[in-house]
Design a protein around this ligand. Structure first.
Ligand code: PGA
Length: 249
């Protein structure tokens, strides 16, 4: 069975609640495409107004992060139940910016993955190498480690519904998109890693996105690759261009 493409915007720390509503109203008609899953992952404070603005459209609102405890003395964190209470279905976990600036590790990402599934939230788990790792030739070793640790304790049935975003760090926000061959090669490697951990059926079902300077220009070729099931889009998700990315065909 063909995998449905999933194209997600990652807004990062951009847009106030009122700006979020304005942007969703602007993008709503442009991203109308039922052939793909369209997700806007927005800052926590934007989630509720974004949901209201997106109501009746094909846009699904997701979160950019989540904590791995149920509740308690974790000042500043957002719990899974807070997200599900307002209808959030997707959460980005382990983005490289969180790993770099907020001390996330594959171990904490794994705890968040387990918690997300406990609450029925689909994780979009990010992985990706630095430029140095690519130049040292250890890209796939590094990413396999991120994937293996991230999925510890996750069952095959759960993993089938997961989304993995391959985002080479050197391509994020740099305008330097990976070549189609580089992106396809790593996404295929991630799928092979999932087949090793689980089985072929799980590897065939899981959706793997490419992220890193995706634009309206690069999306069609990237998304046509056998192992690339859509994209995680930063900068271009805040512009009308996102409509072109969603309607890449
Ligand atoms: P970018 O960000 O599209 O701006 O490179 C992608 C991401 O970080 O998810």
């Amino acid at each position: 069975m063909a995998r449905k493409k999933i194209i997600a915007g990652n807004w990062k720390m951009n847009k106030t609640p009122s700006e979020a509503v304005a942007l969703i109203n602007e993008l709503k008609p442009l991203v109308a495409n039922d052939d793909v899953d369209v997700v806007f992952c927005v800052p926590a404070i934007d989630i509720i107004p974004a949901m209201e603005a997106a109501e009746g459209s094909n846009i699904c609102i997701g979160a950019e992060n989540m904590y791995f405890e149920e509740s308690g003395a974790y000042t500043g964190e957002i719990s899974p139940a807070m997200l599900t209470d307002v209808g959030v279905k997707y959460v980005v976990l382990g983005h490289s910016e969180r790993r770099e600036y907020f001390a996330e590790t594959s171990e904490t990402v794994n705890k968040k993955m387990l918690k997300a599934y406990e609450h029925g939230i689909t994780p979009i788990m990010c992985c990706g190498e630095t430029l140095e790792q690519r130049e040292q030739g250890v890209t796939m070793d590094f990413i396999r480690q991120q994937v293996k640790v991230g999925f510890l304790g996750i069952t095959a049935d759960q993993a089938k519904t997961a989304v993995i975003a391959y985002e080479p760090i050197w391509a994020i926000g740099t305008g330097k998109v990976a070549t189609t061959e580089q992106a396809q090669e790593v996404c295929a490697g991630i799928r092979a890693c999932i087949a090793e951990i689980y089985d072929d059926a799980t590897a065939e079902a899981i959706r793997i996105q490419y992220g890193g300077s995706v634009s309206a220009g690069s999306a069609p070729e990237l998304f046509a690759q056998a192992d690339i099931d859509g994209g995680l889009v930063g900068g271009a998700a805040l512009k009308p261009d996102f409509g072109k990315i969603v309607n890449y065909k």
